[in-house]
Design a protein around this ligand. Structure first.
Ligand code: GLY
Length: 375
């Protein structure tokens, strides 16, 4: 089943190279991807898909398109185009770092190290955290951290490994620890975002941006936590991070509806027209594969996570994927970006497509994504 799903994804991605040209798919409206310049947090997912397809198929057309796409990320960094946010980790892990991992191209390594330095500039000393959004001095944003940032930290861990400079790693560990302490709640659910007093560093409180209410659990935020803490464990071997990934995973899996694919917020009232967020389930499937890779074979919970990962992936493939839909642009239907903001509910999300493909290829070939160096 995975092989068939991957082949379908490869056919669609190949066709999309011509369709998208030098633009990047973002989210869709009525099943047509909005095509954007390299100026949002989402651009790296398309490039990451090109690398995944290349590694799986060895088809040079993917490699050529991916190389071109990385050149655009180089230009973006030199011109500092819309980089006043923490998502530099998503952007450069899946573009230039992927190129380094696949091709061992030293200019890609250098570009990725430069990107890590840009992310380091978002460190705010009084509170000792990475400012998520906005420029330094932006009074509304200076005190904000977001759970999504956990997927940006591998860029910093990697930069430490590459350079031997432990400052990157210290920042990443402190951010992961702060996220564990303030974003994860006692019942294993999570806040999307948390505010600190930017002058004193004192904690203020949790809130949401894309979720249902400030105290609710935005499904995709929880998903970033599952995968992100497992990745922090990979780099640090701190058992608290592994434990936190497990706690968030249990909560996510115990709150799934019957078809094993999440609604957009765990606290949104469920009715016939409640939106799903298939992208959250794709992130968790990829995250569970990472989590399982760090668990002992004798650990019975490992079997539970494995089984739940299979159930979600089977449901995604059978009920949510566009397999067999000739001409479809996206791989995964029924994602949701920002439901209360009115942004693309129930459509394709490029990160949903990326994590779905990452999980499929890991299941089939054992190759993970581009968050860490291959062993
Ligand atoms: N990182 C932004 C989002 O998940 O929508």
């Amino acid at each position: 089943m995975w092989k068939n799903a991957i082949n379908d994804a490869i056919t669609k991605t190949l066709r999309n190279i011509d369709r998208f040209g030098e633009k990047f798919p973002h989210v869709s409206r009525n099943a047509n991807y909005e095509l954007i310049d390299n100026n949002d947090w989402t651009n790296g997912f398309w490039t990451g898909m090109l690398w995944l397809c290349y590694e799986y198929s060895n088809d040079e057309r993917f490699r050529n398109a991916a190389d071109k796409s990385v050149a655009s990320f180089d230009q973006r960094l030199q011109d500092h185009v819309v980089l006043d946010h923490h998502d530099i980790g998503f952007l450069y892990s899946l573009s230039s770092k992927a190129q380094w991992i696949v091709e061992k191209d030293d200019s890609a390594r250098q570009l990725t190290l430069q990107a890590a330095d840009v992310l380091m500039n978002r460190w705010r000393e009084p509170g000792r955290y990475i400012q998520a959004w906005g420029k330094k001095g932006d009074s509304k944003e200076e005190g904000r951290i977001i759970i999504d940032c956990l997927l940006n930290l591998p860029l910093l861990y990697w930069a430490s490994e590459q350079t031997g400079d432990l400052t990157y790693r210290d920042v990443a560990v402190t951010q992961a620890e702060k996220s564990r302490r303030y974003l994860v709640r006692g019942d294993d659910s999570s806040y999307h975002t948390f505010f600190f007093n930017s002058e004193t560093g004192e904690p203020i409180g949790g809130a949401t941006h894309q979720g249902y209410t400030n105290g609710s659990t935005w499904t995709r935020g929880q998903a970033w936590g599952v995968y992100g803490f497992a990745l922090s464990y990979r780099y640090t071997k701190d058992p608290l991070f592994l434990d936190t990934s497990k706690r968030l995973a249990r909560y996510f899996l115990e709150h799934l509806p019957e078809d094993h694919v999440a609604y957009w917020d765990f606290n949104a009232p469920v009715g016939a027209d409640t939106y799903r967020d298939s992208s959250a389930s794709a992130i968790v499937a990829a995250g569970l594969l990472e989590l399982i890779s760090h668990m002992d074979e004798q650990d019975t919970e490992r079997d539970y996570f494995q089984e739940m990962c299979m159930k979600s992936m089977t449901s995604l493939v059978e009920r949510y994927a566009t397999i067999g839909e000739e001409g479809a642009e996206g791989l995964l239907k029924h994602g949701s970006y920002y439901v209360h903001g009115g942004l693309s509910p129930d459509d394709y999300m490029i990160w949903g497509d990326y994590f779905y493909l990452e999980a499929l290829i890991r299941l089939e070939k054992g190759i993970g994504g581009y968050w860490y160096e291959r062993e």
